[in-house]
Write a protein that binds this ligand. Structure first.
Ligand code: SDX
Length: 431
């Protein structure tokens, strides 16, 4: 950040305080309030962090007004059409697009870490078969710190690098194992001759009883979904990973915390909730009923896959996913998929409704992704695990950036206390 030498003045209780202003390479200026409590004895108040920059970062930039998303400066639509997930992983982790040699080395390192410790197979057997795969994912990823002790020392750059590669490499394997376990099929080992997306489809959909050939079109669509979910600035789950990491916790525990946060329906769980909503709507003639429910303050129903804390324009990822949904469903011969028709009509109706226009509610990344994933053969319970495995590179890139930041300190917010002032204990006889 650049110190602009400009300051903002705060007048409080007859005093004036100078707050330094820092400018980013692009986006809003920030007020530096780090000394405010020490100087003025007041906190700032921002539940939900609607106006708070929690850190500085060079990884991802979002312009909510324009609907722009950049990863290390590269627009998401260009990465989605020209790159592939492991190349985007390299970009997020190291800051630049790799040379051919760098990419080959990186892909080889990831490929050779895709298997999990064989003892983890037993770990899975402790779960009920009907456990939600996200519950399994949180548990197994957290347990990685019990299997990979040699990459838990966050002060060792080499161990940080190994932990990053292990997480990127093993999350698809663990997510596929969670799926197989939930449907009572045997685990399928990763194959080193398949690329990242094809390997995931192989681990999810192949069975020992017959040959399984990965459809390259589906592998490309899968890879594009991974890219579109890879990172997204300081969203709730990334902020969870950063806060957990600020105490010095090991990377596997921190990523497990991020997975737990992502599961919520207001965040990554929205892709599952959105498809379930589209199924509940069922047909275009029921859309007005649900639009009215979404606008009714007395009804907790919200249009899942719509709205965003940052985007006040269409989420650029939703645009790519909408196009990808058309392509994948046509290739699968289900272009007249009723859910896609409901989704498109729901989007058209909402975007022309005064409530959604006034509140700047647009489709987000979760609105079309579920339609594609269901058409590819995934149950709704696997939608958020796929989001989690895609986002792992974003979480771990932000984790690496934070650990390496000399300003890094434990995150410890304060509060506006509205409880009782000090009072004496009352014996039970007197209550
Ligand atoms: C993700 O942060 C990220 O970057 C997240 C993410 C990522 O890649 O990491 O992009 C992924 O989480 C996408 C969001 C997925 N969630 C959903 O689709 C769930 C539905 N959306 C909403 O719950 C909501 O829009 C949020 C949670 C996404 C954003 O909530 P905010 O920013 O806190 O906004 P808000 O709840 O204050 O809503 C503002 C107004 C409210 O009305 P008023 O109180 O002002 O009268 O808009 C209304 C809300 O009631 N509103 C909606 C709505 N979303 C907001 N009304 C109906 N349907 C909706 N979907």
């Amino acid at each position: 950040m650049t110190d602009t030498k400009k300051t903002a003045q705060l007048s409080l209780n007859g005093e004036t305080y100078e707050l330094p202003i820092f400018s980013p390479t692009t986006g809003p200026d920030v007020l530096d309030i780090r000394k405010l409590y020490g100087q003025a004895g007041v906190f700032t108040y921002d539940p939900g962090f609607t106006s708070t920059a929690s850190c500085d970062s060079t990884i991802t930039y979002i312009d909510g007004g324009k609907g722009e998303l950049l990863h290390r400066g590269y627009p998401i639509d260009q990465l989605a059409s020209k790159s592939h997930h492991l190349e985007v992983c390299y970009l997020l982790l190291y800051g630049e697009l790799p040379t051919a040699a760098q990419l080959e080395d990186f892909e080889t390192r990831v490929t050779r870490h895709t298997m999990v410790h064989e003892q983890m197979h037993n770990f899975f057997r402790g779960f009920r078969r009907d456990a939600h795969p996200m519950a399994t994912l949180v548990g197994v990823v957290g347990a990685m710190s019990a299997f990979y002790h040699d990459s838990t020392d966050i002060n060792d750059p080499w161990q940080r690098e190994v932990a990053a590669i292990r997480l990127i490499a093993k999350l698809p394997t663990i997510a596929a194992m969670a799926y197989k376990y939930s449907i009572g099929q045997p685990f399928v080992y990763p194959r080193n001759d398949l690329d990242y997306a094809a390997n995931f489809l192989h681990m999810c959909f192949s069975v020992p009883a017959e040959e399984y050939h990965v459809d390259p079109i589906l592998a490309r669509a899968m890879d594009r979904i991974f890219i579109l979910h890879a990172d997204h600035e300081q969203n709730a789950s990334t902020s969870t990973v950063r806060l957990a990491s600020s105490s010095g916790a090991n990377p596997f525990a921190c990523i497990a915390a991020g997975i737990a946060c992502l599961w919520g329906p207001a965040h990554g769980g929205a892709n599952q909730a959105c498809l379930e909503m589209l199924k509940e709507i069922g047909s275009v003639d029921r859309i007005p009923e649900f639009i009215e429910r979404a606008k009714d303050k007395n009804d907790p129903f919200r249009l899942m896959g719509f709205g965003h804390r940052v985007y006040k324009n269409t989420d650029p990822r939703a645009k790519v996913l909408k196009q990808s949904a058309d392509e994948v469903l046509e290739l699968l011969g289900v272009e007249d998929n009723p859910l896609l028709q409901v989704a498109k009509e729901l989007e058209r109706t909402a975007l022309n409704d005064e409530y959604f226009i006034e509140k700047k509610l647009f489709p987000n990344v979760d609105f079309y992704s579920g339609i594609i994933l269901e058409a590819m053969g995934f149950p709704t319970s696997m939608f958020t695990p796929i989001f989690a495995l895609s986002r792992t590179v974003g979480w771990i890139s932000q984790w690496k950036e934070m650990i390496a930041d000399p300003q890094n300190k434990i995150g410890r917010p304060r509060q506006l206390y509205l409880g009782e002032t000090a009072r004496d204990y009352i014996d039970i006889e007197s209550r």
